[in-house]
Design a protein around this ligand. Structure first.
Ligand code: SF4
Length: 306
């Protein structure tokens, strides 16, 4: 059995940058607070916690004073910055530049659309940190839609600007656009009422969809390694499943089942933009160990018989 690790999988630019900033601060100060998980991967969060990273929730953040706190790549709404200032906290801002750019675009769209009673619509996961950061740019007025059935929340007779959470799929954004367009036509909205669509999905994610589809299709069995809370992980795992019926999800080596590999000659290991390379390597090593264990004893290397 051969086990390949997908060279395109693993941390995206924004996550590499945020973790690098955290590690640098930990080397310097020994302890650092992070508002929420620095990355949606429990194993990586545990590793950084062992090095001194303290993950805090919003309630703790609001009462913490005179400390240094990391803002993760997802970004935060303006109120978070105001709260930090009130409590004399120093923020180590690791907001991904792609997200920062999107926040500014959403803010500008909101300012432009206020005088014409327009609406800002965000295609994304309600309650996700990045989405909360975007909604905060609009004074909490933006409408969040996750699927075409949600568009009943939008008043389609008003001007609309539609943006996407960076980790959503381009295909999903097109489905939302189509649903809004059809609702406007059904309601008889004149075409001169603006409806602008901004494809703000991140290229780092979009490019991985085609790449991971090809990787999944070219292996007998695929193990997708990701955190349970990762939105990007869910999207990419679905792509794996669509291209390989023998695709499995694992968050840690303990999740692997020997049965998954019984009839596989070529196994592929891949992951999300929040999956560390060291974890994919550990998973690949464990799969290779299964292959050794399933060989008849006459074919096993001597040290594995002992
Ligand atoms: S997925 Fe894209 S936008 Fe999101 S953190 Fe990574 S590089 Fe930045």
């Amino acid at each position: 059995m051969t086990v390949d690790i997908d060279s395109g999988s693993g941390f995206c630019y924004g996550v590499v940058r945020a973790i690098g900033m955290a590690e640098e601060a930990l080397r310097r100060y020994g302890t650092l607070y992070s508002l929420g998980d620095i990355v949606h991967n429990g194993e990586e969060v545990s590793r950084l916690s062992r090095n001194g990273l303290r993950v805090i929730d919003r309630q703790t953040f609001q009462s913490l004073c005179d400390s240094t706190i990391l803002i993760r790549a997802h970004g935060e709404p303006p109120e978070t910055y105001r709260c930090a200032e009130r409590n004399r906290n120093t923020l180590l801002d690791a907001t991904c530049p792609v997200v920062l750019h999107l926040q500014r675009k959403v803010r500008q769209a909101y300012l432009d659309y206020c005088p014409i009673n327009g609406q800002i619509v965000i295609y994304g996961k309600p309650g996700h940190a990045e989405v909360n950061g975007l909604v905060g740019q609009t004074g909490d007025t933006a409408v969040v839609v996750e699927k075409p059935e949600d568009i009943g929340k939008i008043d389609v007779s008003r001007p609309i600007q539609l943006f996407a959470q960076t980790t959503q799929s381009t295909a999903g954004l097109h489905r939302i656009r189509q649903a809004i367009q059809e609702a406007r036509e059904k309601a008889g909205v004149p075409p001169d009422i603006p409806f602008l669509v901004h494809d703000t999905t991140c290229r780092q994610v979009a490019n991985r969809v085609t790449q991971i589809a090809a990787f999944a299709a070219s292996h007998d069995t695929v193990v997708f390694v990701g955190g349970e809370k990762s939105s990007n992980g869910k999207i990419l795992f679905d792509v794996c499943r669509q291209n390989n019926p023998s695709a499995h999800f694992a968050s840690r080596t303990e999740d692997l089942q020997p049965d998954w590999f019984l009839h596989a000659d070529r196994v592929g290991v891949c992951g999300a933009t929040s999956t560390p390379h060291w974890l994919m390597n550990d998973i690949a090593d464990r799969i290779r160990a299964f292959a050794t264990e399933k060989r008849p004893s006459s074919e096993q290397p001597k040290d594995s018989i002992l």
